[in-house]
Design a protein around this ligand. Structure first.
Ligand code: PLP
Ligand code: COI
Length: 335
């Protein structure tokens, strides 16, 4: 194992082990650590044809005191089960999820980037229907695999601002579709829209609500937030965006810092009024948005830096995650 901690990006890097659970005959087995990164799958497996597949994303951090802690794993257990419900998959007990995350992190403890490198151990649970079938119905067998890998920053260049694009010809999620859960298919559906953004020199696509295209929803892999000229934290409320655990935490941090919070419909016409715009999520943490291109309109924010309010939120969030700031809300779970 020879990892250059300061050169990590957001890439798959095999670690020592992953933990796997199988569901058969109406129950989950006890689960086991595996060192292989391969699985055996029928060519007719339900997940391959009909996309009965979902995932989660969370992180473990090596803190200032040298201990490794996981950020809010129970929240991911709950969200995984809300996805599971919608996809007609079998519930996975929350406690077992949290224990499994701890077990796989412990077994891969030397893959957690050391304190001071700015990296973390990304934890990626994935659940797939494995029953061989050709008719469309929920599988009767499943695999839940929790893999881990050391990661650095999601976008190249660390916490530098990135550009975003709004496009009127593409959507991410239907109003009463699957935008609120972490279904694999949402990400397949975002590949083409994101390619349009990339062609225009933007790192991300900012999606509007699919029904009216009047309101801001979220980015392809993160939630949207903005800071108003009078210093409020504004983030869209919508039934078709993913309830981000990072955003939920930032809302709490904002309240702790006496920053007013508004979770509400956010009109695209407000884009020209915001002082700061950011993307937030486990992988992207807080990524400042320097520019949003919407056809012939370009909304510009700070081109070089993270804005002052976003920076305050970022410092507080990462301070808690790396154990530099008191964890008042008990978000960090010890192994
Ligand atoms: N929105 C989408 C579409 C995502 O894929 C993610 C990433 O998980 C988020 C938002 C942020 O959610 P969280 O903060 O829980 O990682
Ligand atoms: C995460 O932030 O954990 C995500 O799942 C986003 C992504 C890389 C799709």
């Amino acid at each position: 194992m020879n990892i250059e901690w300061d050169k990590l990006g957001f890439k798959f890097l095999p670690a020592r082990s992953n933990i796997r659970f199988s569901y058969e005959n109406g129950e989950w087995n006890d689960g086991k650590l595996h060192t292989s990164n391969e699985i055996n799958l029928s060519i007719a497996a339900n997940c391959m044809h009909y996309g009965q597949a979902a995932f989660e994303g969370l992180k473990a951090f090596c803190c200032k005191d040298g201990k490794v802690r996981i950020f809010r794993p129970r929240e991911n257990a709950r969200r995984l089960n809300s996805t599971i419900d919608y996809l007609m998959m079998p519930h996975f007990p929350e406690d077992r999820f949290v224990e499994a995350v701890k077990e796989v992190v412990k077994d891969n403890i030397d893959y957690v980037p050391p304190y001071g490198t700015g990296g973390s151990l990304y934890i990626r649970p994935v659940i797939v229907g494995t029953t061989p079938q050709i008719g469309i119905s929920a599988a009767t067998e499943y695999q839940l695999i929790i893999m881990v890998m050391p990661v650095g920053s999601y976008y190249k260049g660390g916490i530098k601002p990135v550009k975003a694009m709004i496009h009127d010809e593409v959507d991410r999620a239907a109003p009463r579709g699957t935008g609120h859960i972490k279904v694999a298919g949402n990400y397949a559906a975002s590949l083409y829209p994101t390619s349009l953004a990339k062609k225009a020199g933007c790192a991300v696509m900012l999606f509007l609500d699919s029904k009216t295209h009047e309101f801001i929803e979220e980015f392809g892999s993160s939630n949207f937030f903005a800071i108003t000229q009078d210093g409020k934290y504004v983030t869209p409320e919508s039934a078709s965006i993913l309830p981000s655990i990072t955003n939920k935490s930032l809302i709490q941090i904002a309240e702790d810092l006496d920053i007013k919070v508004e979770c509400r419909a956010v009109s695209k016409t407000e884009l020209e009024t915001f002082a700061e715009v950011g993307a937030c999520g486990t992988a992207v943490i807080i990524t400042p948005i320097s520019e949003i291109i919407h056809h012939d309109k370009v909304y510009k924010y700070d081109q070089e830096n993270i804005g002052p309010v976003s920076k305050k939120l970022y410092d507080r969030m990462t301070g808690i995650q790396y154990g530099r700031i008191a964890d008042e809300h008990n978000w960090m779970m010890e192994l």
